[in-house]
Design a protein around this ligand. Structure first.
Ligand code: HEM
Length: 461
């Protein structure tokens, strides 16, 4: 069975590109006030959305930058779709995935598996999670500089029938230097989409993943077609769409470095900065410059698994990267039929807030990650990773531990083990270095589906 050829011109650009050539970005969270006006707006702007076909080749990047092009994409929460399509029939609702219909904080179970408890509880969020914090639409805008992002957003949103709930400005990638706020290179490990030029260049990569794991209407890793949501008036509504998870994750940089400092003091209480650095790297699971911690890694810094590091002596069993993607060491051991690339997410994350001048002092500024991922199945991918790996206190045989960066902290002893000879060293209790400030599940439709939303069932508005 082979997957249909990707219809890149109908797939929104975020799927194929993180727009890394565009330094500035904003994520605009919107509420629909006047559905009729929003449908008319979509009618005018559906074709304005950047598609995956417009992705510039490496050789075209310089020109692309010079043109000052702004890339725009749009996604909808379930309440947003309800507002535009109202009323959705029961069967139509059922054809969307349950987590999307319920919303990111729609059940206690979901809040628990995502760690949206304690300080990350949705009641304390700035946006998202339904009720008075409801968000219907997410507009993403990428451009060469912040002024172009703002002018594009303002021009596009004129007469949209929507009001801005929150505009989250991402930090310029130039300033971010591709390091997240704790000081680590981020964005290294990504699935490589089959059918793309990148896949041609990396034919033997373990990261090659079927398009259907991220885009609906294609074969997934099980060679099964991913079926998308169907609407009565447009059965192919889901085709070329993707589920989008967006979370605002606040980072307490000083708390993180204070913790590693305190845990690595010498017997006489002196700071040991080399040991502190080492512990921080063990918690993340990579060196600060992105070098893997597993032994015997080839020249490529991402083509490894944990076969040579079964006991976690290099990259600790409970570290962030090992939990986020155990690369066969866990998934296959538990369920023989499982495949590691069945639980991947495409990360399209950027930073917000200024880079800290000093990792160990509190400048009172808020900063963190604008965590955005795409997947074809929220339960099997984003939620599975959180429930079974990140927030699993018994992950890979460890005990009383959760992800040292982002795991929930409101119950359990929350320790972190650094495996090694002659015995493991246990650190903790861990503190809350990352708290959730907002979040929602969205659907990123294909362009044809956007056009349908503009005039559902042929009703112009
Ligand atoms: C503020 C919060 C977070 C920080 C600072 C952070 C930081 C990092 C860093 C430094 C890496 C290693 C570089 C790389 O491989 O790209 C990484 C990898 C990764 N993170 Fe996070 N992360 C955060 C939250 C999350 C969350 C909530 C998830 C949930 C799904 C996640 C999933 C991943 C994945 C899938 C990888 C790649 C693992 C691999 O394939 O090896 N991260 N993260």
């Amino acid at each position: 069975v082979i997957s249909p050829p990707p219809a890149w011109e109908d797939i929104q650009g975020l799927v194929a590109s993180a727009y890394a050539h565009l330094d500035a970005a904003a994520y605009v969270l919107l509420r629909i006030d006047d559905a009729r006006a929003t449908r008319a707006w979509l009618g005018k702007n559906a074709a304005r959305m950047t598609t995956a076909a417009e992705r510039p080749g490496i050789e075209e990047l310089a020109n692309f930058r010079k043109r000052g092009t702004a890339n725009v994409n749009v996604a909808f929460s379930f309440s947003g779709l309800q507002a535009l399509l109202h009323p959705l029939g029961l069967a139509e609702c059922d054809s969307f995935q349950r987590p999307f219909v319920e919303g990111i904080s729609g059940s206690e179970h979901r809040r628990r598996i995502l760690g949206d408890t304690g300080a990350s509880c949705p009641q304390g969020w700035d946006w998202g999670g339904g009720n008075e914090r409801r968000v219907d639409v997410l507009l993403t805008v990428f451009a060469t500089e912040a002024s172009a992002v703002d002018s594009t957003a303002n021009a596009i949103l004129a007469e949209s029938g929507m009001t801005v709930v929150k505009k989250l400005d991402a930090l310029s990638r130039m300033l971010a230097n591709d390091r997240e706020h704790f000081g680590f290179v981020d964005g290294i490990s990504q699935p490589i989409l089959k059918g793309t030029p990148a896949a041609e260049r990396a034919r033997d990569s373990r990261h090659l993943t079927e398009l259907g794991e991220f885009v609906l209407g294609y074969l997934d890793e099980e060679k099964q077609p991913t079926s998308g949501p169907a609407l009565d008036g447009f059965p192919a509504f889901g085709r070329n769409g993707s589920y989008l998870v967006f979370r605002q994750l606040r980072q307490d940089v000083k708390a993180f470095w204070d913790f590693v400092d305190a845990q690595t003091r010498t017997a006489v209480g002196a700071l040991d900065s080399a040991a502190a650095e080492n512990l921080a790297e063990k918690m993340v699971g990579r060196c600060r410059d992105g070098t893997p911690l597993v032994p015997d890694v080839s020249v490529d810094n991402n083509e490894f698994d944990f076969k040579n590091d079964r006991y976690g002596f290099g990259c600790p069993l409970g570290s962030h990267v090992r939990r986020a993607n155990p690369r066969r060491s866990i998934a296959l051991a538990r369920t023989p039929e499982d495949k590691p690339n069945r639980h991947r997410v495409l990360r399209r994350t950027r930073l917000y807030g200024r880079k800290p001048a000093d990792l160990r002092s509190d400048d009172g500024e808020e900063r963190g990650l604008l965590f955005l991922v795409l997947n074809a199945n929220i339960e099997r991918q984003f939620e599975f990773v959180n429930q079974n790996w990140i927030n699993n206190s018994g992950f890979a045989g460890v005990q009383d531990e959760r992800d040292p960066l982002v795991g929930r902290r409101d119950d359990g002893p929350n320790l972190f083990s650094v495996q090694g000879g002659p015995a493991r060293v246990r650190k903790g209790p861990l503190e809350e270095f990352v708290t959730v400030k907002g979040g929602e599940y969205f659907f990123l439709p294909g362009i044809a589906a956007l056009k349908y939303l503009a005039s559902p069932n042929g009703r112009a508005s």
